[in-house]
Design a protein around this ligand. Structure first.
Ligand SMILES: Nc1ncnc2c1ncn2[C@@H]1O[C@H](COP(=O)(O)OP(=O)(O)OP(=O)(O)O)[C@@H](O)[C@H]1O
Ligand SMILES: [Mg+2]
Length: 228
């Protein structure tokens, strides 16, 4: 990888959904990019296309038209196996509702995305990541014994287990009170700097704007303005 390659680059991305006879254009020609160590926050009204954009960046969905590049490589030519591999090795996901498995401990939840990896240090890295988000005393707790903020910190540790260079977060503070949300944003931005990852976060939470490097506003499937 050369240094002038963007981690993520989208050009002219159009996404159409068919609903019976009706066609919904959720994204109408979106250009977007993010660099290593950069946090980009996507804002916009409900239904404007934010989650659609995140899913396309995260290779969970494909655009109808336009180009999506990860590290300068066009992903539309990837095979299913290559897409799965790219998702697993270079993307971490953080969701509003945490998505932790209830029967697993914090450590096991963090290890889960790397279970396919036979390297021996997976367990140690899970413990290290949990310690870095302040949960070294909660390693063996199952999610029902953790607070909302603690669950989200487990989810952030889990997103980082495979050493991704992209972390995608859809409303990461959406289920948290303001103070807990703030702590989560502090953790995310600190880890972003330490791991040099690109973070793309969708939010309605105005306090996230204090932490972000760049804001992209989407209205009705179009990027309306960018603030730096
Ligand atoms: N699988 C789908 N099938 C049909 N239409 C869809 C599908 N997913 C999203 N849409 C439509 O695409 C548009 C954009 O949806 P999207 O979920 O990206 O919005 P959003 O900005 O994330 O909204 P919110 O803030 O409410 O989460 C909406 O009109 C939505 O109804
Ligand atoms: Mg959404």
């Amino acid at each position: 990888m050369t240094s002038n390659e963007r981690v993520i680059e989208l050009e002219g991305v159009i996404k159409r959904y068919r609903n019976g006879d009706e066609i919904i254009e959720a994204l109408k020609g979106v250009d977007f990019s993010a660099d290593h160590g950069e946090m980009v926050t996507v804002i916009g009204p409900s239904g404007s296309g934010k989650s659609t954009l995140l899913n396309i960046i995260g290779l969970l969905d494909t655009p109808t038209e336009g180009s999506v590049r990860h590290h300068g490589k066009e992903v539309s030519v990837f095979t299913e196996d290559k897409l799965t591999e790219e998702r697993r090795s270079s993307i971490g996901f953080v969701f509003q509702s945490f998505h932790l498995l209830p029967m697993l401990t914090a450590t096991e939840n963090v290890e889960l995305p790397s279970m396919w990896d036979t390297s021996v240090d997976r367990h140690d890295r899970a413990i290290e990541l949990l310690s870095r988000v302040g949960l070294s005393d909660r390693l063996d707790h199952t999610p029902d014994r953790l607070s909302g903020g603690q669950k989200q910190r487990v989810a952030i540790a889990r997103a980082l287990i495979n050493q991704p260079d992209i972390v995608l977060a859809d409303e990461p503070t959406g289920n948290l009170d303001q103070d807990t949300g703030r702590t989560i944003l502090e953790e995310l931005t600190r880890l972003k700097d330490e791991e040099n990852v690109a973070i793309v976060a969708v939010t309605h939470d105005n306090q996230m704007l204090e932490f972000t490097d760049r804001v992209v506003r989407i209205v009705d499937g179009e990027v309306r303005d960018r603030k730096t």
